[in-house]
Design a protein around this ligand. Structure first.
Ligand code: PEP
Length: 246
């Protein structure tokens, strides 16, 4: 039986006062039946770690460098994230693929860099609306995942995968539970074929998950929780989504 996981992706939102309030509310609402994590802007990682240390809430970053260390101005290494107690690093979010030109190969190297330091990569895959309309959904997500599987080789079963259809992110338009389940089943079969451990791996859904649609999405057999953007910034909404994951 896979335990559900709900991860908040704060993106480039927050400030010290608002973060403190949000984290206090998340702590006060425990216990959850699922694992719960927040992926915060890097500048807030230390404070988040200090606030959540000793609790069962987890934290992580929204990106990681492919490099170990060196002259890479502006980059943050997996070792630095690990030192900050990060459990997770999101890699390959569609916003980074679109706005920073991240390729499948780069995403795969980032996932490897994270794992090498004991930080679990949350590998995002997902098709654009044009790709869905063109009947390419399966081919696109399989290609994106395949790059990571081949880079991680024997460690591939250690990653978390997040299916995030690009057309559903921040748009208010959610994939139907059936649409999401269909893609999750494809991804799980691919993971099973590659690692032999697909049945135990965590595959999250992300894309306009809200308090009122979370339970139905999370009830699908291959959906193991969610990667939550906008709704993770409001304590009541995020807590309701975490409670929907049982
Ligand atoms: C995300 O940014 O990963 C995301 C799923 O955003 P939203 O929930 O706002 O669609």
């Amino acid at each position: 039986m896979r335990r559900k996981l709900v991860v908040g992706n704060w993106k480039m939102h927050g400030n010290r006062a608002a973060n403190a309030e949000l984290l206090a509310a998340l702590l006060a609402a425990r216990p959850y039946m699922a694992d719960v994590a927040v992926c915060v802007p890097a500048l807030f990682l230390h404070e988040t770690a200090a606030t959540l240390a000793g609790s069962d809430l987890r934290w992580g970053a929204q990106d990681v460098s492919e490099h170990e260390q060196g002259a890479y101005t502006g980059e943050i290494s997996a070792a630095m994230l690990a030192e900050c107690g990060c459990r997770y690093a999101i890699v390959g979010h569609s916003e980074r693929r679109a706005y920073h030109g991240e390729s499948d190969a780069l995403v795969a190297r980032k996932a490897q860099a994270a794992l090498a330091r004991g930080v679990t990569p949350i590998v995002c895959v997902g098709e654009t609306l044009a790709e869905r309309d063109g009947g390419q959904t399966e081919a696109v997500v399989k290609r994106q995942l395949s790059a990571v599987i081949h880079q991680l080789t024997h460690c591939a079963a250690e990653m978390v995968v997040a299916y995030e259809p690009v057309w559903a992110i921040g748009t208010g338009r959610t994939a139907t539970p059936e649409q999401a389940q269909q893609v999750h089943a494809v991804l799980r079969a691919q993971l099973q074929a590659a690692t032999g451990r697909g049945a135990t791996m965590t595959i999250l859904y992300g894309g306009s998950v809200k308090a009122d649609n979370a339970a139905t999405l999370f009830a699908q057999p291959d959906i193991d929780g969610g990667l939550i953007g906008g709704a993770s910034l409001k304590a009541a909404d995020f807590i309701a989504i975490c409670r929907a994951a049982t």
